[in-house]
Write a protein that binds this ligand. Structure first.
Ligand SMILES: [Zn+2]
Length: 247
């Protein structure tokens, strides 16, 4: 029979293993049981200002070099042990199908993704991903395929029909269209399409043309001013010839 001790909070008699160790106490254990202590902590942590302070302190503590070194060593030893690895895996397999665990994981992921640093990191990652021409092509192919799926087409149609008489939606579409046609690349495309004067083409458009001609070898910053002007003149010449042919 293990030794029992009365909790000063809930007055229940509990096994000593139910008490945290406390060298400051004569008994060597906390006067209140782990469950009661946990309730106190939980209540304190439910106050946002306390939670914030504790998190800040923990972060600072973990970033101390000596603590970092100790933790690294501990983690290395702990996860280097195959037994610990297997146990963690078994535990995870056991709880991962638990509804409570799924809910908590979903909530955690949501909260995590809303943190400013997570948003920034994801933004950089997405940008890097899209800058890769291979991914660009893959993404374009995928969205083309996706949007041509009959069920997706129908869904988009239904969505539009459902919304088209909604004044708020109408306003949003008008606003978006206006912004869309103000974007220089769209404006430039319109200039080419509607055969407006080429002198209205933006430098950015011409630079893009030059860069794509160089197959990406030339960078925007490396394209000299006079080359941009030459490109403009070349386009004017091209159009002149085309017009003459059509006459
Ligand atoms: Zn208790």
């Amino acid at each position: 029979m293990e030794e029992e001790k009365k909790c000063t909070k809930c007055s229940k008699f509990k096994d000593l293993s139910e008490y945290s160790k406390d060298k400051g106490q004569k008994s060597g254990f906390r006067p209140s049981c782990k469950t009661c202590d946990y309730e106190v902590v939980k209540k304190r942590m439910s106050r946002p200002e306390v939670k914030e302070r504790v998190i800040k302190y923990q972060k600072e503590y973990r970033e101390r070099p000596e603590v970092k070194k100790r933790m690294d060593k501990y983690y290395k030893e702990y996860w280097g042990n195959p037994e610990n690895k297997q146990r963690a895996k078994d535990n995870y397999d056991k709880i991962k199908s638990n509804q409570w665990f799924i809910e908590r994981k979903r909530k955690y992921t949501k909260d995590y993704n809303l943190r400013p640093e997570a948003i920034e990191r994801s933004r950089i990652h997405k940008k890097k991903y899209r800058e890769n021409p291979l991914n660009k092509k893959k993404e374009a192919e995928y969205s083309k395929e996706y949007n041509s799926r009959p069920d997706v087409k129908q869904r988009n149609k239904d969505y539009y029909n459902d919304k088209k008489n909604n004044p708020e939606f109408k306003e949003r579409v008008t606003k978006y269209n206006k912004l869309y046609y103000q974007r220089t690349n769209v404006k430039d495309r319109q200039i080419i399409k509607s055969r407006q004067d080429i002198k209205y083409l933006s430098d950015k458009y011409l630079k893009t043309q030059i860069r794509s001609r160089s197959r990406g070898i030339l960078d925007f910053a490396e394209i000299p001013e006079h080359l941009i002007e030459s490109k403009r003149q070349a386009l004017i010449l091209k159009r002149l010839i085309k017009n003459k042919k059509n006459d």
